[in-house]
Design a binder for this molecule. Structure first.
Ligand code: FES
Ligand code: FES
Length: 197
């Protein structure tokens, strides 16, 4: 029997032939079927044999130990699990791994690699963009995607771009201020070398 979130995910992200096929398999028994999936995670090649209901958040945290990505609501509402797939922000809690064959995934660990931190991480730390920090990896990955599209975003663009990322601590003003500060720092060329800006 499908876990309710996996079923929701199937309906939400049914993009691949494999998933469409599965939606017709009413007699599917969990664990019987596995798919081979090859993808890049933080630029490293990864090969997985996964059940069709396996979610990206499970693979990241439980299999690859990339625990920077957090799970909050598990239904695509809070944004805590935001990662990039081919540069676009997605909810890892709704993303089936079978849809990721040949694709690239980037997580918060990728931004903070090589003992350096990204200007967004610096700005969140300096401008009070987090308190408990649970939502912060998702906020930063969403902000990263936003700044790639709008390097000098207006307040409205930040608010619209970050609509899918909830925070129970900060009241949002300091998150917006942190993103503005990061945008200024990146405009001055303070991004780390080798990291896409
Ligand atoms: S945990 Fe994925 S959106 Fe909330
Ligand atoms: S800093 Fe606590 S939920 Fe955002």
């Amino acid at each position: 029997m499908y876990h309710v979130n996996a079923l929701f995910a199937l309906r939400t992200v049914a993009k691949s032939d494999a998933v469409r096929q599965l939606l017709d398999m009413s007699d599917y028994v969990e664990g019987e079927l596995k798919y081979s999936v090859s993808l890049l995670v933080n630029d490293a090649p990864i090969h997985l044999e996964v059940e069709p209901t396996r979610l990206l958040i499970q693979v990241l945290r439980d299999d690859l130990y990339l625990t920077g990505t957090k799970e909050g609501c598990s239904i695509g509402v809070c944004g805590a699990c935001t990662v990039l797939v081919d540069g676009q922000p997605v909810s890892a809690c709704l993303t089936l791994v079978v849809t990721l064959d040949g694709r690239q995934v980037h997580t918060i660990e990728w931004l903070g690699r090589d003992a350096t931190i990204h200007p967004l991480q610096q700005a969140f730390a300096e401008h009070g963009g987090f308190q408990c920090g649970y939502c912060t990896p998702g906020q930063i990955m969403a902000a990263y995607a936003l700044l790639r599209e709008h390097p000098q975003p207006t307040d409205v663009e930040i608010r619209e771009g970050m609509l899918g990322n909830l925070c129970r601590c900060t009241g949002y003003f300091k998150i917006i201020g942190s993103i503005q500060a990061a945008a200024s720092a990146m405009a001055e060329g303070q991004d780390a070398p080798g990291r896409p800006s």
